[in-house]
Design a protein around this ligand. Structure first.
Ligand SMILES: Cc1cc2nc3c(=O)[nH]c(=O)nc-3n(C[C@H](O)[C@H](O)[C@H](O)COP(=O)(O)OP(=O)(O)OC[C@H]3O[C@@H](n4cnc5c(N)ncnc54)[C@H](O)[C@@H]3O)c2cc1C
Length: 399
């Protein structure tokens, strides 16, 4: 059999390494370039949805994630002062997925798991400290200019996947706009070591909470809890991040005798943006390089991994079975449409639902949540959407 040209992948985040996993498992060699000197360990995604665990398929990697994470079968919206709640039970999805739960697990555990499983695979190479600076293409392949420990050089491959995140150089080389906007309020996330689940009655592993005049989220991971909130009215995010302010905010949520052990506190700006196309010839985009959305509901990384699966199945057909390259246009149509009409719309709705203020507006949202959780058929329908199972079905229907 003739030697297969390498596919180049810019970025070793969850999407780039998922692409590496899918392609090498089909027998296609890859070269991954990662700007950082090691796998980034950032406090971003913490939820894997059922559809993503199904899509990952690789039994070893999924087993690693399950070992590192917490299965959250039930999650809730919660009035923190009264303890009233609206609980979604994902067990209703039992017939539709092999994983009827949200898996609470940091995104860096996925990248670590893939890296260690692919470590000695001869089809896989990953170059750390190596940044893709520019890409050009011809009929026969792509050339990426990369800057690494040994200076600048040119890497050649059959295709390049831009999985290099929000500031993607591959997207810039494709000459594409990244239209959209930033949300006005900076959000904060704090990781704390404290057994909230043992101290607050009725708390589940995923909680979207309201108090009379504020909102916050509480997400349990194996070693820490993540608490997400907005600065108080009139407060800048720099002020809100002062250690005393963070401590005070946590004490408002749950007073303790000793100060909390805070292991991380950070601020992030939320963007809602999308590239005009996910394909230009032999250059393709996936994940944050292609689309950004609010983290509410945990859809960004998940949808990026769905991009990776869809794209790599099509690249596999093109490279191994000589299928027509127009399949990549279908990839772009399918996944761009899902990013725009499903992921951005749904995450924006989650963002607004959680931040709704005013008694009447909140009462309307609360009634709706009670209606959804009180009826098995409505809850199943809601969870098919929020767990992203339906968006996979919808993508398949797009020609
Ligand atoms: C606070 C927060 C919470 C979130 N929670 C969730 C959640 O629960 N669930 C969810 O689904 N999503 C969540 N997200 C979104 C999620 O983090 C992103 O969608 C996800 O990281 C996208 O993965 P990616 O691989 O496309 O990009 P990235 O994770 O950004 O990875 C890109 C990689 O490319 C590298 N790189 C960049 N430029 C270059 C270059 N020129 N050359 C080589 N390498 C390069 C970077 O160093 C990085 O390693 C959250 C986001 C935030 C901010």
């Amino acid at each position: 059999m003739a030697e297969i040209d390498r596919v180049l992948i810019a970025g070793a985040g969850p999407v780039g390494l998922s692409c590496a996993l899918f392609l090498t498992r089909s027998g296609i060699p890859v070269s991954v370039f990662e700007a950082e000197n090691e796998l980034p360990e950032d406090m971003r995604a913490s939820t894997f949805h059922p559809a993503t665990l199904d899509v990952l398929e690789d039994a070893e990697v999924v087993a690693d994630l399950l070992a590192d994470g917490l299965k959250c079968r039930r999650w809730q919206y919660r009035n923190h002062e009264t303890g009233e709640c609206a609980v979604f039970d994902m067990d209703v999805l039992r017939e539709r997925t092999s994983h009827p739960y949200r898996l609470q697990c940091e995104q860096f555990r996925l990248t670590r798991a893939i890296y260690s499983r692919l470590g000695d695979n001869s089809l896989f190479e990953l170059q750390f400290g190596t940044r893709v600076t520019h890409v050009t293409q011809s009929d026969g392949g792509v050339k990426a200019e990369v800057e690494g420990p040994d200076g600048q050089r040119t890497a050649r491959g059959s295709y390049i996947i831009g999985a290099d995140g929000a500031t993607s150089r591959v997207r810039k080389a494709m000459g594409l706009d990244f239209r959209g906007e930033a949300y006005p309020v900076t959000s904060l996330t704090v990781a704390v070591r404290y057994p909230f689940d043992k101290q607050i009655e009725g708390l589940l592993s995923v909680n979207y909470c309201w108090t009379r005049d504020s909102h916050f989220s509480m997400m349990q991971l194996k070693d820490v809890w993540r608490v997400g909130f907005s600065p108080k009215p009139g407060q800048s995010h720099q002020e809100a991040l002062q250690p005393g302010q963070v401590q005070a905010r946590l004490q408002e949520i749950h007073p303790t005798e000793d100060p909390y052990e805070i292991v991380h506190a950070g601020a992030y700006t939320i963007h809602r943006r999308i590239a005009d196309s996910f394909r230009s010839g032999r250059m393709v985009l996936a994940g944050d390089a292609a689309h950004l959305n609010s983290p509410s509901g945990g859809l960004g990384m998940n949808s990026g991994i769905h991009d990776a699966r869809n794209l790599c199945d099509k690249l596999g057909a093109i490279i191994l079975e000589d299928a027509d390259e127009s399949l990549l246009d279908r990839y772009s149509r399918q996944r761009r449409s899902i990013a725009l009409d499903e992921v951005q719309v749904r995450s924006d709705r989650n963002y607004r639902r959680h931040r709704v203020k005013g008694r009447r507006e909140r009462a309307e949202v609360w009634d709706e949540l009670q209606r959804l959780t009180g009826d098995r058929r409505l809850m199943t329908d809601f969870l098919m959407e929020s767990s992203m199972l339906r968006s996979l079905e919808k993508a398949d229907l797009i020609e």
